[in-house]
Design a protein around this ligand. Structure first.
Ligand SMILES: NC(=O)c1ccc[n+]([C@@H]2O[C@H](COP(=O)([O-])OP(=O)(O)OC[C@H]3O[C@@H](n4cnc5c(N)ncnc54)[C@H](O)[C@@H]3O)[C@@H](O)[C@H]2O)c1
Length: 264
């Protein structure tokens, strides 16, 4: 079992709902946190909110789609705290649209998902994660750190209508733990660096607040738990995944019983 006390977490998307909640949880357990986000004001507000909870928190402005920023973030964590033990690349975006939208009366196409909506989501949610993970894992290996790479997938990785871009990005997160665990195993480091993904249902964060609220209320009608998942419930799962070294190479769902139906 690993301990959170003194362990160093690098969290991207750290001024957002799930990232900030994880930072809070980590600090309350006496861990150390590098909180990264591209939203500078949000990052500063998060630092003020989190300081004094216990542990130590530092912030770093970083666009996860930038290779330079991602390398600098990993270097900063090592310079500031001397280690990286948890990599939580949680920066993510949604930009929902149907592949093609049709007019209900004429049946003709009235709109399409734009190329930029598709690419932007893949850039942040897949390429951004790739860069954060690659740069942090390099420093973890070279600095002999032990710990966990915890990706964030989603129940929508199973396929949600209106989210071809987002669902595809989250399906990528579901496969990465298997690929990385196999690679770490080949290189003889799988006992030191594990990789998992969490797959939350609908969590009460700004991302969900920005969703179509009618669609959200229909989704909540399908959640056996009857409410949104709380960000601190997600953090608690990440904490357990970090501590428990038997958990590796897989996706761990946290959704209050939600199953997505055939209409997504
Ligand atoms: N909220 C949910 O219900 C839910 C469910 C499943 C998975 N997730 C995933 O959890 C993660 C966090 O979601 P959240 O609900 O906290 O979202 P959020 O919108 O509250 O926070 C996301 C954060 O990412 C940051 N960000 C966006 N683009 C960035 C970039 N290029 N570089 C650096 N930072 C960037 C934003 O500034 C924001 O602070 C996302 O990957 C999301 O897909 C969320």
């Amino acid at each position: 079992m690993l301990e959170i006390k003194d362990a160093v977490a690098v969290i991207t998307g750290g001024s957002g709902g799930i990232g900030k909640a994880l930072a809070r949880y980590w600090l309350e357990n006496q861990g150390r946190v590098v909180l990264a986000d591209m939203a500078e004001t949000g990052l500063e507000a998060a630092r003020r909110e989190l300081e004094g909870l216990g542990g130590e928190v530092a912030t770093f402005r970083c666009d996860v789609t930038s290779e330079v920023d991602s390398g600098n973030l990993a270097d900063y964590a090592i310079e500031r705290f001397g280690a990286i033990n948890l990599v939580a690349p949680f920066a993510g975006i949604i930009q929902d649209a149907l592949l093609v939208n049709t007019d209900r009366e004429t049946g003709m196409v009235t709109g399409k998902m734009s190329l930029s909506a598709f690419q932007k989501v893949l850039d942040v949610n897949v390429t951004g994660v790739f860069l954060t993970v690659r740069e942090c894992v390099e420093r973890m290996i070279n600095n002999k750190c032990k710990g966990l790479v915890c990706l964030v997938s989603s129940v929508n990785s199973l396929g949600a209508a209106g989210q071809l871009n987002y669902s595809s990005s989250k399906a990528a997160m579901a496969v990465m733990p298997k690929v990385l665990t196999a690679e770490f195993f080949r290189r003889g480091i799988a006992d030191r660096i594990r990789c998992v993904a969490i797959a939350p249902g609908f969590v009460g964060t700004p991302m969900v607040a920005s969703m179509n609220q009618n669609a959200l209320s229909k989704i909540l009608d399908q959640v056996p738990l009857g409410r949104l998942i709380e960000p601190r419930e997600v953090s608690s799962l990440v904490g357990e995944l970090f501590r428990n070294e038997a958990m590796a190479g897989d996706v761990y769902y946290i959704h209050g019983g939600l199953r997505i139906g055939s209409r997504g």
